[in-house]
Design a binder for this molecule. Structure first.
Ligand SMILES: *Cc1c(COP(=O)(O)O)cnc(C)c1O
Length: 384
């Protein structure tokens, strides 16, 4: 049996006719760049998340870049983020001329370890980017408190966490809590609609959300050449506009996302039930303050088990796996200028890069495929 790591055909092709109709409407209206389908998506997306403003852009990387620009972060500033994330989180910091300051991750949830943030704060620190990795929230209550105490902005990179809800302390002294969707809790939240994300476009896409009207206005302008009136440009701008086709496809798929996320959870439970009692093989844990949408399902393979041998075994059985992420950002060639800062203090990050393996998880996996994946993992385990 062949099981790809990601199978967009199984998601898209059963509804191909509907998608063709959606695209035909965009053609009929020739609303190719920005325009009514993007406006509609922005309204739908803001309503879905429960946030005041949403701006569609052409990628998750652009979304992060605009978030930092809107907060006036630039040369000489420092921004705190995890090294264990997709590299785009760090690119955006570099694009504005600021320095990424990497903090280690928590060994249980793999999101930034809030207990290690304060030791990295200096008088140059301007913001923290909390990445909601693999489909669950970083510890936003604790991170928000740190931001308030040190007067820092909080940006949420929710590229992997659309629809995740977080139990927020309301900070009213009564220990009252409220569930809010991630990306709406900090100053600005960002999303990627890269096709492989839980909510994927038919090409590239991203979005920025905020409750702050002045950030919203600035981001909207920056996205479109900072054009305040035709051919009048208030500052250096960008072409980060979203395509009309992406807007209309995303509006349609937004109605399906909660169901898809439920299915991903069901698959993770099936995996967990079979893997939870195996020594040196650790299933993903769900942060009690967060829901999980299983963008990725990460097993940790601890010594003496060998990760490469599991990858090879599954590969021979036709099952593709992934590594997220095999080289931490602080060890990338692109960031070698920063390497002197990070000697031994990203221990869990380095461990995760060598220990985690991603199993296929997408709503269209059939019971037979799921059972096959489980059986192959167990077969391998019993051979060790
Ligand atoms: C996918 C992703 C991005 C970048 O999104 P693109 O749309 O590919 O530019 C940024 N951060 C995280 C955590 C991601 O997973």
């Amino acid at each position: 049996m062949k099981i790809p790591f990601l199978d967009l055909k199984s998601q898209i092709l059963p509804n191909k006719e509907e998608y063709v109709e959606i695209i035909k409407k965009v053609i009929d209206d020739t609303a190719f760049s920005s325009g009514k389908y993007v406006d509609e998506f922005e309204t739908n997306f803001a309503n879905y998340l429960g946030v005041n403003y949403s701006v569609g852009v052409n990628s998750g990387t652009s979304a992060l870049h605009l978030a930092l620009l809107a907060l006036d972060i630039g040369i000489g500033d420092e921004v705190i983020l995890p090294s264990h994330t997709f590299i785009a989180t760090a690119w955006a910091v570099s694009y504005v001329g600021a320095t990424p300051i990497f903090v280690d991750i928590d060994e249980t949830y793999y999101t930034i370890d809030y207990k290690k943030i304060e030791e990295k704060i200096t008088n140059k620190t301007k913001a923290i980017i909390a990445v909601h990795l693999y489909g669950q929230a970083a510890d936003l209550n604790e991170i928000s408190d740190i931001c308030k105490k040190h007067n820092l902005f909080l940006i949420e990179d929710a590229s992997q966490a659309i629809g995740v809800e977080y139990k927020c302390n309301l900070g009213d002294g009564n220990e009252n809590v409220k569930f809010k969707k991630v990306a709406t809790i900090g100053d600005i939240g960002t999303f990627s609609f890269y096709p492989g994300k839980n909510l994927g476009a038919f090409g590239e896409g991203g979005a920025i959300v905020t409750n702050n009207e002045s950030y919203y206005k600035r981001i909207k302008a920056l996205r479109n050449h900072s054009q305040t009136e035709r051919y009048v440009h208030s500052e250096i701008g960008y072409n980060y506009r979203m395509d009309g086709i992406q807007g209309s496809i995303l509006s349609y798929k937004l109605n399906l996302i909660d169901n898809w996320n439920v299915k991903r959870n069901e698959i993770s439970e099936k995996y967990n039930n079979k893997f939870k009692n195996l020594n040196n093989l650790v299933i993903p844990k769900i942060n009690p303050n967060s829901t999980h949408i299983f963008h990725l399902y990460e097993l940790s393979i601890n010594i003496p088990l060998k990760r490469e041998s599991l990858i090879d075994y599954l590969n021979e059985k036709g099952i593709s796996t992934g590594l997220h992420y095999p080289i931490p950002i602080h060890l990338q060639e692109a960031y070698k200028s920063l390497s002197s800062i990070y000697q031994n203090d990203l221990e869990i990050t380095n461990w995760a890069a060598n220990s985690l393996i991603s199993l296929p998880i997408y709503p269209e996996l059939t019971d037979i495929q799921i059972e096959y994946i489980i059986n192959c993992v167990l077969e391998w385990y019993n051979l060790q």
